[in-house]
Design a protein. Structure first.
Length: 278
């Protein structure tokens, strides 16, 4: 089974990259399932029914969330009604939505997906490690293939989650920091791991926000409302191949498509597009 996981989709620029490139990547790499983090996709903050549908139609099978999932009230019905739109499982009991799902594609391949959020430098939620333990057991009774999106700030907490899941999850992938890390690897128990899949969105920015806004905050300590950027769109994520019989990951590789690379890095041409196989 080949899975593409895309890091945080940010704003219209991110959604356009998904719409343009996911069908290409699906065909080129013969992908079986696509999962993406959606918590920033509606204007940079939250989700809506329209943006959820747009990404579903573009080929994203399961969408995960994070600390901005509830930023738009119109997103709450989506979380309640759509089985494949998740929010972190360790929100308090009674929170709308669900933190895990079992996805079955048209060929009958099954993938369990779990979404949890870290607590270091984040909101004080329930323990993500205990939440994963509770959710992974019933999923493993139905499939050996499990993906965990750990939406967290601290790299140490993400690495700890990778070791906690080693041998039980097929892929432990971090989101939230919007910067793709270069530490992808296969852990000894068979879990593919990366600290952060990166951001799918505008890189002429400070992690998705107009750089002028963020620079003003840092320099003057006087902030103004965040505004989502739109320039220099990239698509970032990972492709993991999993043995369906055992659930062990066979490989993990980073994906990074810089749509405007010839313009922004003329000395390096289209090597990233070639590396992505497109």
């Amino acid at each position: 089974m080949k899975i593409l996981f895309l890091g945080d989709i940010v704003g219209e620029a991110g959604r356009q990259m998904v719409t343009r490139w996911v069908p290409v990547l699906r065909a080129k790499h013969r992908l079986d399932i696509v999962v993406a983090n959606n918590e920033n996709m509606a204007g940079g903050f939250g989700i809506t029914a329209q943006t959820f549908l747009e990404m579903s139609q573009a080929g994203v099978d399961v969408q995960t969330g994070g600390n901005h999932t509830f930023d738009k009230k119109e997103g709450v019905p989506v979380l309640q009604d759509e089985s494949y739109c998740l929010r972190p499982a360790n929100y308090p009991p009674g929170t709308p939505g669900r933190g895990s799902c079992l996805y079955t594609n048209s060929r009958g391949q099954k993938l369990g997906v779990i979404n949890v959020m870290g607590r270091t430098f984040m909101d004080a939620l329930d323990c993500p490690f205990r939440a994963v333990d509770e959710l992974i057991k019933p999923l493993l009774e139905k499939t050996k293939c499990i993906l965990v999106d750990f939406h967290a700030e601290a790299t140490s907490e993400k690495v700890a989650m990778g070791w906690h899941l080693d041998g039980r999850a097929s892929l432990s992938v971090g989101t939230h920091t919007h910067v793709q890390t270069g530490d992808e690897r296969l852990l000894p128990g068979g879990t593919a791991y990366i600290s952060d899949a990166g951001m799918t969105g505008p890189y002429d920015s400070v992690i998705g926000v107009r750089k002028e806004v963020i620079l003003e905050r840092f320099i003057t300590k006087r902030g103004r409302k965040f505004e989502t950027a739109s320039g220099d769109p990239w698509l970032c994520g990972v492709i993991a191949e999993i043995d369906e019989a055992s659930g062990r990951a066979l490989s993990i590789e980073r994906v990074r498509i810089e749509q405007n690379r010839p313009a922004t890095h003329p000395d390096r041409s289209d090597r990233d597009l070639e590396a992505a196989g497109v």
